[in-house]
Design a protein around this ligand. Structure first.
Ligand code: SIN
Length: 313
């Protein structure tokens, strides 16, 4: 007789405020991120009582320190679990500060057909009214929604596509925006009210198997154009062997003349350059003939894109 395998949701912990701990329940700022084990974050959430969960601690970091050392094992564990037929999807608990970078990275190396949902909290787990438990319950509700797929982020009842999500506020509970694209949906009373389609799967930039922990990741930096900008930082970076530069331009991706000259000179020396905007919303329009190639990505996404492109070569 064939025994049906039970549906499972996997929760991978990476740290962040959602796993943060403070000495006082009133303290929303002076806490330490990445302290509480992910297994413990899942206890006592009534909505999860009948859900079969597997919890795994991949890392325990403040996400300001996030990078390839955590991304690689995280991507591998996501890939492993998503390939299990009984696994409906994966939730990743993450710090809010660089959640959008991890979301973009996972989208570009996994482009998963199943749901991969990042969630977080703005208040530590020890806070009087911590937001983490509800965000976890909402994230699991999204994973279990029929037809769910791709990398998304869930925070404060709002669902964002992983390619659109960006942190826009340092303190309020609803700290994220999807920019011009708008949210994918809202989780209300344990159900997703969907406003637009799941993220398009797209092609992976580089498969996880091609990422090797021994690889030195390409040195790519972000420079900002601003009043009184100069080319000195770019010149110093080129002397230091930088391989890629993203310029966060003013407005529609315009770049101070002094900075632009230094970037053009850097390109002539083989440095990959991408131009985007420092505006919180929108993307660079036109400018296709400009000497600095443009991208519609945000500066932090463009930085990851340049790294993956360089690794793929
Ligand atoms: C972090 O990003 O790890 C700390 C801040 C937060 O999660 O809100």
């Amino acid at each position: 007789m064939q025994v049906e395998e039970e549906e499972r949701v996997v929760v991978l912990g990476t740290g962040g405020t959602i796993a943060g701990s403070a000495s006082s329940a009133a303290d929303h700022v002076g806490y330490k991120a990445g302290q509480v084990p992910v297994q413990q974050l899942l206890t006592g959430i009534p909505a999860l009582a009948h859900v079969s969960l597997v919890a795994e601690q991949v890392a325990q970091v403040d996400s300001k320190d996030m990078g390839p050392a955590v991304w690689l094992p995280l991507a591998r564990r996501c890939q492993h679990w998503l390939a299990q037929p009984q696994v409906t999807g994966v939730v990743v608990t993450h710090g809010t500060d660089t959640l959008e970078e991890t979301a973009y990275f996972l989208h570009r190396v996994l482009a998963p057909a199943k749901p991969l949902v990042l969630t977080c909290a703005m208040r530590p787990a020890t806070a009087l009214s911590a937001d983490g438990p509800q965000n976890i319950a909402d994230a699991i509700a999204v994973v279990r929604t029929a037809g769910a797929r791709g990398v998304v982020a869930v925070c404060a009842g709002r669902v964002h596509a992983g390619v659109d999500v960006r942190k826009v506020h340092p303190y309020r509970l609803d700290a994220f925006s999807s920019g011009d694209a708008g949210v994918l949906g809202h989780v209300e009373d344990g159900r997703l009210r969907q406003l637009r389609d799941w993220p398009a799967q797209g092609e992976v930039a580089l498969p996880v198997e091609a990422l090797d922990t021994r690889h030195e990741w390409p040195h790519v930096e972000i420079v900002l154009s601003h009043s009184g900008a100069s080319g000195r930082a770019v010149e110093a970076l080129v002397r230091d062997g930088v391989q890629g530069l993203v310029v966060a331009g003013t407005g529609n991706g315009s770049v101070h003349a002094a900075l632009e000259s230094a970037l053009v000179a850097a390109m002539k020396q083989g440095v990959q350059v991408l131009r985007t905007t420092r505006c919180a919303e929108g993307e660079v329009v036109g400018r296709d003939a400009d000497p600095l190639p443009k991208t519609t990505l945000t500066p932090v996404q463009a930085r990851i894109e340049l790294q993956l492109r360089s690794l793929a070569r």
